[in-house]
Design a protein around this ligand. Structure first.
Ligand SMILES: Nc1ncnc2c1ncn2[C@@H]1O[C@H](COP(=O)(O)OP(=O)(O)OP(=O)(O)O)[C@@H](O)[C@H]1O
Length: 240
């Protein structure tokens, strides 16, 4: 299987000397749904930011779809990100004054791309929002808002979707619907989460501890994930 995202020996040290990533190497095959987990402060957000080209690592290389992001200048990186990378955030990041449809096409517009109206409507239909095109986000439930954000991520036809706690603000039922939806997309998805149940929807889980890879789990169950996490928490506690 082709790797859509590849991280080679990633290091990130912030001003002030905190090492958030300490030599992470990982590959994400096409169509794989991966959860990234670890104790608070283990480097999950930093990993996501560096992998997505929102921040630059101090060392190492990031490849997305064959392009080395770390060798790309800032303006080209922004352009690449706009066309090849999509994001889904905990708080949806929808613009309140735009309708569902306008929110969904906004990233395409910003990237100077033409929105294929048919494709946009088909995507919203598939996500159960076909009758909400003209609605403002405030009239939608949390789960519906997140589905709008997922539709927005999809219509850009990205190489990879990065999701940061996508179900963090949702009730249990909506969270499960959104996770089942993410899994059904068969896209390359990298999701940071604290929730073992959310992680269990992924094909595999990568664990981080102290900025390093601390193992992985294929076909994870929520119980197995929780157990590993408890273990990592212990180890981090002992190390601290
Ligand atoms: N902008 C920054 N400047 C300085 N240090 C930072 C910055 N961002 C993160 N850090 C530090 O880097 C380490 C890793 O942080 P990061 O946010 O990546 O962890 P995390 O696993 O996502 O944590 P959480 O689960 O609490 O969100 C932490 O020690 C954090 O304090």
């Amino acid at each position: 299987m082709t790797d859509v995202v590849r991280l080679e020996s990633l290091y990130k040290t912030y001003d002030g000397g905190v090492t958030a990533l300490d030599g992470v190497t990982a590959s994400f095959p096409a169509g794989s749904f991966t959860a990234v987990m670890g104790p608070s402060g283990s480097g999950k957000s930093t990993l996501l930011q560096c992998a997505a080209g929102l921040d630059r690592p101090t060392g190492g290389r990031v490849f997305i779809d064959g392009t080395e992001l770390t060798a790309t200048k800032d303006t080209a990186m922004t352009k690449f990100r706009r066309t090849r990378v999509s994001f889904v955030f905990q708080d949806y990041n929808l613009l309140p004054s735009l309708t569902v449809e306008q929110n969904v096409v906004l990233p395409l517009r910003l990237a100077g791309r033409r929105a294929d109206r048919h494709r946009v409507r088909e995507t919203l239909d598939r996500l159960g929002l076909g009758d909400r095109l003209g609605e403002l986000p405030e009239r939608l439930s949390g789960g519906q808002r997140q589905r709008v954000a997922i539709a927005r991520a999809l219509v850009a036809d990205p190489a990879v979707i990065f999701a940061d706690e996508p179900t963090g603000a949702l009730d249990l039922r909506s969270a499960r619907e959104v996770l089942a939806l993410l899994r059904s997309l068969q896209r390359t998805i990298i999701m940071v989460t604290h929730d073992p149940v959310a992680a269990s929807y992924a094909d595999s889980v990568l664990f981080l501890a102290d900025g390093r890879l601390a193992g992985s789990l294929r076909a994870p169950t929520a119980d197995a994930v929780a157990e590993r996490l408890a273990h990592l928490g212990d180890r981090v506690g002992v190390a601290a």
